[in-house]
Write a protein that binds this ligand. Structure first.
Ligand SMILES: Nc1ncnc2c1ncn2[C@@H]1O[C@H](COP(=O)(O)OP(=O)(O)O)[C@@H](O)[C@H]1O
Ligand SMILES: [Mg+2]
Length: 375
């Protein structure tokens, strides 16, 4: 990881898509309008939110970020709005919420599509009144002047159709819309990003800067990048650490990347192979790129872009790693421990809860609390 100090916020790329997004950011920075940023995981939604804040008249005030995924309602509400002493067990003193901590600044709500319908009502009420009511308080505590930017990797329209997202809230949030296309649809940005991160990771790890052979760069351009730029950064950092300043050849790339440049498959197996590679991609996103099950897998499954067979495959791969232990699986898939019950009831409801016994004979690769994973 790049440290906060070296992590300058820039949007690397020269594709038409990136140029258009740059213009959208400038335009959004000139007003206080709410912005909804959408796109797959790792495409740069948070980067866009940061740039809007930095280029706006609010830049000297705070930008506070809250990720709505995986937070139970009560915690999410308390984080946003604060609470008063005694309002629940453990509330020993009054606590201000994030909305109060960014006066005249910007609040960035990431993964807003994961909010429960109850929280959506609470957020809507705040957007309509501008008033903050801390949990347990009799009346509203204060009015705040904040600019709201939200982001999601979900298809909110589909969620509205299925009743999971409120249409009135969607209209409120979706004033300025910035859509970031996946990296595989803007291949010309890939060499720029690779070189950018070759340089910054070489500096960070104090190694000479290596170069890519044309063949290696081609492979990086052909690869599908399910984890987008987050994944690309990760791959480049591993290459820098492994290769030092040496020339980077095709054989130096991770197997995940090079396996995508295998000869074409016969037509009838393409569908099945594409599906199984989707399950593999999603597993990789969780195991190697820290994505949570709730943001990587769950939305696709609910939108029926992922079949039960795929979901069972993902669960199976995870259980093989945890020796059949579902509690460790929750950690492995980057969910908070408290989500254990919710995760299990989700799997049961969709008939994807595999019996753990058959994984017990496999020697455990995981023990205790979040050990380093070798995947
Ligand atoms: N166009 C870009 N240029 C440089 N770095 C980028 C770009 N887009 C994303 N990144 C980097 O990729 C990582 C993932 O971006 P992020 O904004 O967190 O994605 P998202 O919120 O869409 O999941 C971050 O480390 C970010 O700095
Ligand atoms: Mg994000």
């Amino acid at each position: 990881m790049l440290s906060a100090a070296t992590q300058e916020v820039t949007l690397v790329g020269r594709s038409d898509a990136i140029r258009a997004i740059e213009a959208d950011i400038d335009c959004a920075a000139r007003s206080d309008a709410k912005v909804l940023v959408t796109g797959e995981t790792g495409v740069g939604k948070e980067v866009v939110a940061r740039l809007i804040h930095q280029r706006s008249s609010r830049s000297s005030a705070a930008l506070v970020t809250l990720n709505c995924a995986g937070l139970p309602d009560s915690l999410l509400e308390s984080e946003l709005f604060g609470h008063v002493r005694g309002s629940f067990t453990g509330a020993y003193r009054d606590k201000p919420g994030l909305l109060e901590m960014a006066p005249n600044g910007t609040v960035f709500l990431d993964e807003v599509g994961e909010m429960s319908t109850r929280m959506q009502v609470v957020l809507l009420r705040f957007l309509e009144s501008g008033e903050i009511q801390r949990i347990g308080a009799e009346r509203s505590h204060a009015r705040v002047n904040v600019r709201l930017i939200t982001a999601t990797n979900r298809d909110l329209q589909a969620q509205i159709n299925s009743g999971a997202f409120r249409e009135d809230l969607y209209f409120r949030l979706n004033v300025v819309r910035i859509v970031i296309p996946p990296l595989r649809e803007r291949g010309e940005d890939i060499p720029l990003l690779v070189n950018h991160y070759l340089k910054s990771y070489s500096l960070l790890h104090k190694v000479a800067q290596g170069e890519m052979t044309a063949e290696a760069m081609d492979a990086l351009q052909v690869y599908r990048w399910p984890g987008n730029i987050r994944e690309l950064k990760n791959v480049v950092e591993r290459i820098v650490l492994k290769n030092g300043g040496r020339l980077v050849r095709l054989s130096d790339l991770p197997a995940d990347v090079t396996k995508s440049i295998t000869p074409a498959l016969p037509a009838e197996s393409v569908d099945a192979a594409a599906r199984s590679s989707q399950a593999d991609d999603l597993t990789t996103m969780m195991l190697k790129h820290g994505e949570s099950f709730w943001s990587a897998v769950y939305p696709l499954f609910m939108a029926r872009d992922l079949t039960r067979v795929d979901l069972r495959k993902i669960v199976q791969t995870g259980l093989e790693q945890t020796n059949g232990n579902y509690r460790l699986l929750v950690q492995l898939f980057n969910m908070p421990n408290d989500d254990y019950k919710r995760f299990l009831s989700f799997l049961r409801k969709h008939d994807c809860h595999l019996p753990f016994q058959r994984f017990r004979s496999v020697p455990a690769r995981l023990t205790g609390n979040r050990p380093p994973l070798k995947v």
